[in-house]
Design a protein around this ligand. Structure first.
Ligand code: HEM
Length: 424
């Protein structure tokens, strides 16, 4: 009989387990980072009965989430989340038919080759963004918040952060995030409460109401995108066209573009603000990047994607910002579907939620050297100044079958916007 020794971790309380550890006055990834120092590369926690494992090293995360991705691709189940519609949210959907169909549809719309279709729109966005930065009196953050990564799933671009539709979408993202936070609802700890009829359970009524509202918003976005964005590479139109061959239901078809937009919007905007911040506090790096642009692009035109190949330093800056300030610092948990053992030593029960501590992994001195905490784009370049083309990378886009499906779109957005801002 194999051992059932769980990975090391802090002792928890009865029933609540280690949930109270999250109440510390520190962001979750820094709490995980502290645990790494105390317990090592793999840490076990119990969130009110939910087994949790935190993977603190690239090695541990790659071993479980990449190499054994077949077993680690489910997502945590949540009763409130399911009433809100989480099975239609690609990032939250369990590993099953709906996820597979939506993932397939997104992959075919956003893979490296398909991403090229969005490039003209991304160039327009970058130019508008840069122009706004220069001429508008609104603070730069307003422009950053409304930057939309070239995915025209909504009525107009760029969309301003006070646009009611964007506010509704942000509210929706916030609603999911708070509902899924461990300990947010008693029913997650006492599932028997789910048998209560809606009229006796306000949490259920609210979630069902919100689900209807979300669906109505997505339907509106989808219809408007079909009507107003005819001239742009259009994700909604693409899905409408391919619906039958991919096998998307009507609901999946209208939720998917909105969800992709949401998944890409804050993550890209957040990285963009760090990018501008880094350029401000590291003027010598900014100067070096501008010299490259001046040499390759010149002054008579703005940068395009044809320049990409000749701008390795700009691309290294983008990679480095993604490493240095990952927008999703502790990833999205991967849930195991079968019992498993790490290094033959530690037992990982079926149903364990595995968090990759991306923030810490990206700052590991073992992988990135003694200057891992520094912002230094050169680490992604070979000695001759070309971009490194090997395993050496950041872990910011996650792992395995669940790796970020929008990563090519995001890389392109960040590249063109950085090149355009620095050009100007
Ligand atoms: C800098 C920008 C971005 C960052 C840092 C980022 C990061 C991530 C991470 C860490 C995950 C979880 C991966 C995992 O479970 O291991 C993820 C998933 C996902 N991302 Fe991104 N992302 C970015 C931009 C985008 C964009 C632009 C889109 C859409 C066009 C997008 C769509 C998604 C979707 C749909 C998932 C869920 C995939 C699944 O569960 O199968 N992301 N992203």
């Amino acid at each position: 009989k194999r051992n059932r020794q769980l990975p090391p971790g802090p002792k928890g309380w009865p029933i609540l387990g280690n949930i109270l550890e999250l109440r510390e006055d520190l962001p979750v990834w820094k709490i995980f980072d502290k645990m790494k120092n105390e317990y090592g590369p793999i840490v076990y926690l119990n969130f009110a009965g939910q087994n949790v494992v935190v993977l603190n090293t690239k090695e541990a995360a790659n071993e479980l989430l990449d190499r054994r991705s077949g077993n680690y691709s489910d997502r945590p189940k949540s009763i409130v989340g399911s009433y809100l519609g989480s099975s239609l949210v690609l990032a939250l959907a369990g590993y099953g038919k709906t996820w597979q169909t939506m993932r397939h549809a997104s992959h075919s719309a956003l893979n490296m080759r398909a991403s090229a279709e969005y490039c003209p729109g991304q160039i327009d966005d970058a130019v508008i963004f840069t122009y706004d930065l220069l001429h508008k009196t609104a603070p730069p953050l307003t422009s950053i918040e409304s930057f939309n990564c070239g995915l025209y799933v909504l009525r107009k671009s760029p969309l301003h952060s006070d646009d009611p539709i964007l506010q509704k979408l942000s509210h929706m993202a916030h609603r999911f995030a708070t509902a899924l936070y461990p300990g947010a609802y008693l029913v997650e700890i006492l599932p028997i409460l789910d048998y209560l009829p809606s009229f006796m359970a306000k949490w259920k009524r609210d979630a069902q109401e919100d689900y209807k509202k979300f669906t109505a918003i997505f339907e509106q976005c989808f219809e408007e995108a079909l009507v107003h964005q005819k001239d742009k590479a259009n994700l909604s139109a693409k899905l409408a066209e391919e619906q039958a061959s991919i096998g998307l239901t009507d609901l999946e078809k209208v939720w998917l573009p909105g969800i992709l937009y949401l998944a890409g919007y804050e993550t890209t905007a957040n990285t963009l603000s760090w990018l501008l911040h880094a350029m401000t506090i590291y003027p010598s790096i900014q100067r070096k990047a501008q010299e490259e642009i001046d040499r390759v692009v010149g002054r008579s035109r703005t940068p395009t994607f044809n320049d990409m190949e000749h701008l390795p330093y700009i691309r290294a800056v983008v990679k480095e910002i993604l490493r240095w300030q990952p927008a999703v610092p502790f990833g999205v948990p991967h849930v195991s579907m079968e019992d498993d053992w790490y290094e033959g030593k530690y037992f990982i029960p079926k149903g364990t939620a595995c968090f990759a501590n991306i923030w810490s992994i990206n700052r590991s001195t073992d992988v990135y050297g003694p200057d891992a905490l520094e912002f230094r784009p050169e680490r992604f370049l070979n000695e001759d100044g070309t971009l490194r083309n090997d395993e050496y990378n950041h872990s910011t886009y996650g792992f395995g079958r669940r790796i970020c499906v929008g990563r090519h779109i995001a890389d392109n957005s960040l590249f063109i916007i950085l090149a355009t801002v620095l050009w100007l």
